[in-house]
Design a protein around this ligand. Structure first.
Ligand SMILES: Cc1cc2nc3c(=O)[nH]c(=O)nc-3n(C[C@H](O)[C@H](O)[C@H](O)COP(=O)(O)OP(=O)(O)OC[C@H]3O[C@@H](n4cnc5c(N)ncnc54)[C@H](O)[C@@H]3O)c2cc1C
Length: 447
């Protein structure tokens, strides 16, 4: 393996499939994933406004309604995994108390506010910028001339004036916790001027508009470009290498791999395996109540993206429609039930129906049938307080954790990479990592 090139150290520890089971320093860079196409999924939005998370006071009393409504964003898969989730549920409820919700928003805001600037190190290291055209990395020739980023702002739709009123306190939290965030309230007429294909009923209460919001037209194209930049600069990527356990030694860590591959002995290891990270943490004796919020996406054929100019979100039904270069995509919903249960087809039908209802009848009719082969289930890695885990293992300091980024893993990839780099280099982290420490939860605290 080649030695790690200095400029490509951990800034390239992006999340969302781009990375990385682990980066090994100082001598052996190593990047592994299972499925490259994985990253071409999800809504693609750069969600710097997302400091308002799913924990909230009173949520417990809403659960029966949420679990029985046909259009609810929340559902569960009846699987034995729900029993294993009990510690997660218990910690989650504790983190619905007003002071905990506020503390999480403040902590999330501290990294969201730095999220976009932190990606500059990534662009520089990989020799690609998100405002460049996709060129040879695009999935189709028609998309090659388009930039990776579609910068037209972002709309958070409000169906009724009551919903708009109810969203005021969340808006205040966003303004307070993400310094510099620009957002404005639009009337129904103003929203329809921006997106004429929306149905007036979908925006009866107007919308919040984030003028600096943007999304990735084709996440897979960016992943290919970043991977290429990483390799060009001397990094090495190993595909289909799954880590099964970490074994601490006196002056190194051994990474056990499956599939008959030789284990690796490394100086330091970064565990960034999304919802699958807890197993590796457990192998060095750390317990983290990490679970998953399962989410889905559905797509329409290429050309359908013309229906919208920007990503639009219906928070009441928990999904975002993004006009990707390959066609319109609607992504979202929260389904609890772990990573082993198969997809629930009804969730994809629900996303389709909601998307069609969001549009005026002409636009909905022009969309055509959804491309069912593109239906997708993904696993958001989520801790009970909605905060990621970023920091050294309390038991084995050569192990660094970077997982649990819930709904905003792509958004927080750059800042997470930056913070991990700082830890690896032995520098003082540029953000207070206390709220993100791996040992902030314990089973004992529930007793
Ligand atoms: C429907 C949906 C829409 C979303 N929309 C957005 C959005 O618009 N904006 C946003 O910022 N975020 C969004 N997210 C959230 C985002 O996708 C996650 O936060 C992000 O994927 C987490 O990144 P990660 O790298 O930690 O985990 P993952 O993306 O799951 O990646 C982990 C990687 O590690 C690999 N891996 C796992 N275990 C091992 C192992 N043992 N050995 C080796 N490799 C391993 C996996 O194969 C995978 O490649 C969305 C999520 C969903 C489900």
């Amino acid at each position: 393996m080649k030695p790690l090139q200095a400029p490509l150290q951990a800034p390239l520890l992006l999340t969302r499939g781009a990375f990385v089971a682990y980066a090994c320093l100082p001598a052996y860079p190593f990047l592994a994933w299972w499925n490259v196409t994985h990253f071409n999924t999800f809504a693609g939005t750069f969600a710097a406004y997302a400091c308002v998370h799913i924990n909230r006071p009173g949520l417990f009393w809403d659960v029966p309604r949420l679990l029985t409504s046909r259009t609810s964003p929340l559902s569960v898969v009846p699987t034995p995994h729900l029993l294993r989730m009990l510690p997660w549920f218990a910690h989650f409820l504790r983190n619905c108390r007003p002071e905990r919700v506020e503390a999480s928003s403040v902590a999330l805001g501290s990294i969201l506010a730095r999220a976009e600037a932190a990606y500059n190190g990534v662009w520089e290291a990989a020799g690609v910028h998100v405002d460049d055209t996709m060129g040879r990395f695009a999935g189709s020739s028609s998309a090659a001339a388009l930039p990776y980023a579609a910068r037209h702002g972002y709309l958070l739709l409000q169906k009724t004036p009551d919903m708009m009123n109810a969203s005021q306190s969340a808006a205040a939290t966003r303004r307070q916790c993400v310094p510099g965030l620009r957002m404005e309230a639009l009337t129904t007429a103003e929203v329809l001027e921006l997106e004429p294909n929306l149905s007036p009923q979908a925006v009866g209460g107007g919308s919040w508009f984030f003028p600096d919001g943007w999304f990735l037209r084709e996440p897979g194209a960016l992943l290919r470009a970043l991977s290429s930049g990483f390799e060009t600069a001397g990094g090495e990527i190993r595909y289909s290498a799954r880590a099964t356990a970490l074994q601490p030694n006196h002056d190194s860590v051994t990474i056990e791999l499956d599939g008959g591959l030789d284990s690796l002995v490394v100086d330091q290891v970064v565990v960034a395996c999304g919802a699958h990270s807890a197993v590796l943490a457990r192998s060095v004796g750390d317990w983290v109540p990490l679970d998953t919020e399962r989410g889905y996406h559905v797509e329409w054929k290429q050309g359908s993206e013309a229906v919208f100019t920007r990503a639009v979100c219906d928070p009441s039904q928990g999904y975002i429609s993004s006009p990707m270069s390959g066609g319109l995509r609607s992504a979202g919903l929260v389904e609890l039930g772990g990573t082993h249960a198969g997809p629930t087809p009804a969730r994809c039908d629900q996303l389709e129906e909601a998307t069609l209802n969001m549009m005026n009848p002409y636009a909905a009719a022009a969309l055509g049938p959804r491309v069912k082969t593109a239906d997708w289930l993904g696993f958001r890695p989520t801790m009970p307080d909605a905060l990621p885990v970023i920091g050294r293992s309390p038991r084995v300091s050569r192990v660094i954790y970077a997982f649990g980024h819930q709904h905003v893993g792509w958004t927080l990839g750059g800042i997470t990479g930056q913070l991990v780099t700082e830890l690896i280099d032995g520098r003082k982290p540029s953000v207070d990592l206390q709220p993100f420490r791996p040992d902030r939860f314990s089973l004992g605290a529930l007793l």
